[in-house]
Ligand binder design. Structure first.
Ligand SMILES: Cc1cc2nc3c(=O)[nH]c(=O)nc-3n(C[C@H](O)[C@H](O)[C@H](O)COP(=O)(O)OP(=O)(O)OC[C@H]3O[C@@H](n4cnc5c(N)ncnc54)[C@H](O)[C@@H]3O)c2cc1C
Length: 411
């Protein structure tokens, strides 16, 4: 079949390869001008060990303190509050114990397949050299805070996720540059990738080598007709005609879905980062600084500190003071790190749904149109398994994962 994929971010690119594998003709539609797409600036974690939705007791516990600090881990810009209200209401509803349990089960179902799917995809394309298998570390400043996380750590263990609990001296041995931490957990099976932008660029290059087409344009509307589907773009000369369409345009999918009759509560949790010259942090593996709202990653292209959740919509200017605040907090854990060197600063748009689950399913209007967006904090992690689920939907094949929790009509 002729498949048009709207959006060549990490989700669209992975889908392109899954569909090429199954013998389809693929056209990727993407203007290629979106500097804030998170595909390029994310932290590079394949965090399949993460099982908690954002609407979790941990977030609610910390929320009052975070909201008091305009540069803290989670901020809502006051001017954006009215627009965010419908999303927030759904977030509150997603926080009941029953809904948290359901979200966790659905996150686990997809994350359990995330790493094997990435390994298969990278291996089949000769890109396994992008994978770094050093584990991922979570650290806590205070032992009492770590004790509060024991419940979730227990649940991870019950799910068969490998966990090594570390005390202060274990941490000093594992990461000698790290200070002021009393407890940690090592997830030995979790991985990261060399650099997210490099991975995306390799996936695009190989898709084109495999005879996918790239139409450099912005999709404006998807028009189902009886025997085919037309994707109209901002260039009237570029109308893409396809048998099936995949919408994988991250946060920008919201408007396209709306024109197809699906009102999806998709909003952006803006995230920030700074990338320093390689080796600046002196850390060997990715680290989650629990309760601080940021992570670090030793990418091949530099040491990245990033995170934060800011609700401010797509149009507000980035607030780079958030990055300075993050760096100041990081410095307390890495006193030897030279924070005054030049660093690349960036802000990007996580495409986020209140229940922390992506949308993977058919549109209300026409089941020849398949959605794949809204992966929030886990879009890199879940891109490869999402691509398999999308290919199953396109082929009308039953998936091994029950797709009901990810349906576009669940809201
Ligand atoms: C600071 C930060 C750190 C993160 N760290 C991690 C991490 O470590 N691990 C992880 O798993 N996830 C992480 N994420 C989340 C992850 O980056 C995202 O979930 C993921 O990149 C989403 O990918 P996507 O392809 O859906 O969307 P995007 O990356 O937004 O790509 C969408 C694409 O669609 C295109 N597009 C938009 N509109 C149109 C249109 N109308 N027509 C055609 N094309 C269009 C854009 O140009 C873009 O190329 C992080 C995010 C942030 C912000």
């Amino acid at each position: 079949m002729r498949i048009a994929i709207v959006g060549a971010g990490i989700v669209g690119l992975a889908a392109a390869h899954a569909l090429l594998d199954r013998g389809h003709q693929v056209t990727l539609i993407d203007p290629g001008d979106q500097a804030a797409r998170p595909t390029d600036g994310n932290a590079g974690w394949i965090a399949h060990t993460d099982i908690m939705p954002l609407a979790s007791p941990k977030v609610w516990r910390n929320l009052p303190a975070w909201l008091m600090d305009p540069l803290g881990p989670l901020t809502i810009r006051p001017a954006y509050l009215p627009s965010l209200m419908p999303w927030l209401m759904r977030f509150i509803l997603a926080s009941s114990p029953v809904r948290i349990k359901a979200s966790m089960a659905a996150i686990r179902a997809i994350n359990a397949e995330a790493l094997p799917s990435w390994k298969n995809l990278l291996f089949s394309l000769g890109l396994s050299t992008h994978l770094r298998e050093n584990g991922i570390l979570s650290v806590w400043k205070h032992h009492e805070a770590f004790l509060r996380a024991k419940d979730i750590i227990g649940r991870q263990r019950d799910l068969g996720i490998g966990i090594d609990i570390l005390d202060r001296s274990d941490l000093a041995q594992l990461e000698p540059a790290l200070r002021n931490v009393e407890a940690g957990v090592l997830y030995p099976e979790a991985c990261h990738i060399s650099d997210p932008a490099d991975l995306a660029s390799d996936l695009m290059r190989l898709a084109l080598e495999r005879r996918a087409q790239h139409v450099t344009a912005r999709a404006l509307a998807v028009e189902p007709k009886s025997s085919e589907i037309h994707v109209h773009t901002n260039d009237p000369a570029k109308v893409v005609v396809a048998d099936r369409v995949v919408i994988a345009a991250g946060i920008w999918s919201r408007l396209l879905a709306k024109t197809l009759g699906d009102r999806i509560p998709l909003d952006t949790k803006r995230g920030y980062n700074a990338t320093y010259p390689k080796g600046s942090f002196g850390l060997k593996r990715p680290i989650m600084f629990e309760g601080e709202g940021f992570v670090t990653t030793p990418l091949d292209t530099g040491d990245r500190v990033g995170g934060a959740v800011e609700f401010a919509g797509l149009d507000a200017r980035p607030n780079h003071d958030r990055i300075s605040a993050m760096i100041a907090r990081l410095k307390r854990f890495l006193p030897d790190f030279d924070a005054y060197q030049d660093a690349r600063r960036w802000m990007g748009f996580r495409p986020s749904i209140p229940d922390s689950l992506p949308v993977i399913g058919s549109s209300r209007r026409d089941n020849r149109i398949v959605y794949a967006f809204g992966h929030g904090h886990h879009g890199l992690t879940q891109a490869a398994i999402t691509s398999q689920l999308v290919a199953d939907l396109i082929d009308g094949k039953a998936s091994e994962i029950d797709l009901k929790p990810y349906s576009a009509q669940r809201f």
